[in-house]
Design a binder for this molecule. Structure first.
Ligand SMILES: [Fe+2]
Length: 319
């Protein structure tokens, strides 16, 4: 069968000359009502300049891949992301989409194998590329619209990192600091890989014992990252402190006020905000206003007041 829902488009401009994609590429052919996908280049062959010229001559802007090859394509794109952004090969919206999908792919690999250190460089590169996109794309709302509203640990981590980077830009944070913050935010829940999936996926309220196990994800996350190495000291703050609360009622250490690092305070606000505004198995996604209202009224004293007001102002200018 050769049906359109088995395939997805990939912009021709993302295919670099003389590179091997690793998955088959197709051309979409419409004959009357019938749509056929014709093999253009197999995954083991490089796409030559002549082939690309031929497509451009026919104004073909997209090639197609099997949906099941999406991960392979993203893996191919990952090392080219910097080039794609620098040369503006695809539109800003497509850049955001590609960067978002690459991050989901990285997170999936990390969650499958959290103790492999291979991902540290991938994470750092992704954060630095995403900062480049954020700096260039003036409209934060265009980026926020791309975030997923369904909650999965992967997408939550990516959302928190992207939101945190946008917020840090709003706060005029230095680029170097944004990099460390973005890495810490992307990896903030890595310790959840050590918590049993029954607890992670439980729909109802956790028992005290289950909640006790859930809380261990903070320390085990930091342990994993320490063991893996290559991560800046300050990037540990979002991991270690995203569940600390200004009034001392958080965990793991019950830190209060300025004993919590600025990155920990930012991580706490964004972690809760993203969890409230995404769809969960046990609750619908709240709109931003409702989420902020819960954070202000029901979680009074939890967050740094100044940063929380800044966050509200940031979201307000995003609309
Ligand atoms: Fe967490």
């Amino acid at each position: 069968m050769n049906t359109s829902d088995e395939y997805m488009p990939v912009p021709l401009s993302t295919i670099l000359v003389d590179t091997i994609i690793g998955c088959d590429l197709y051309i979409k052919n419409c004959e009357g009502d019938e749509i056929k996908y014709v093999l253009f280049c197999t995954g083991i062959n490089a796409v030559g300049q002549d082939k690309i010229d031929g497509l451009q001559k026919h104004n073909i802007e997209n090639l197609y891949i099997h949906k099941s090859d999406h991960k392979v394509y993203l893996k191919y794109l990952e090392p080219s992301l910097k080039k794609i952004i620098k040369k503006n090969i695809i539109s800003n919206t497509e850049q955001v989409q590609v960067a978002y999908n690459i991050a989901k792919n990285i997170m999936e690999d990390i969650f499958n194998n959290p103790r492999s250190g291979v991902y540290v460089e991938r994470v750092k590169d992704w954060v630095s590329n995403t900062i480049d996109i954020i700096i260039r794309e003036k409209s934060a709302s265009a980026i926020i619209k791309m975030l997923s509203y369904d909650y999965y640990t992967y997408t939550h981590s990516v959302n928190v990192s992207v939101l945190g980077l946008l917020f840090s830009r709003y706060l005029n944070m230095k680029c170097e600091d944004m990099n460390a913050l973005g890495v810490g935010l992307l990896l903030h829940d890595i310790g959840k890989t050590q918590v049993s999936s029954q607890i992670i996926n439980k729909k109802g309220k956790l028992t005290d014992e289950e909640f006790g196990e859930m809380k261990t994800h903070v320390v085990s996350g930091a342990e994993i990252l320490f063991h893996v190495g290559g991560i800046e000291d300050v990037a540990f703050f979002p991991v270690m402190q995203h569940h600390e609360r200004m009034n001392g009622k958080g965990y793991p250490n019950g830190l209060q006020g300025n004993a919590i690092h600025e990155y920990g305070k930012i991580a706490a606000i964004i972690d809760v905000y993203d969890a409230l505004t995404t769809r969960r198995s046990y609750s619908d996604a709240r709109n931003p206003f409702a989420a902020l209202k819960i954070m202000r009224d029901e979680m009074r004293g939890s967050f740094d007041e100044e940063l929380f007001i800044d966050f509200i102002l940031f979201l307000n200018q995003v609309k």
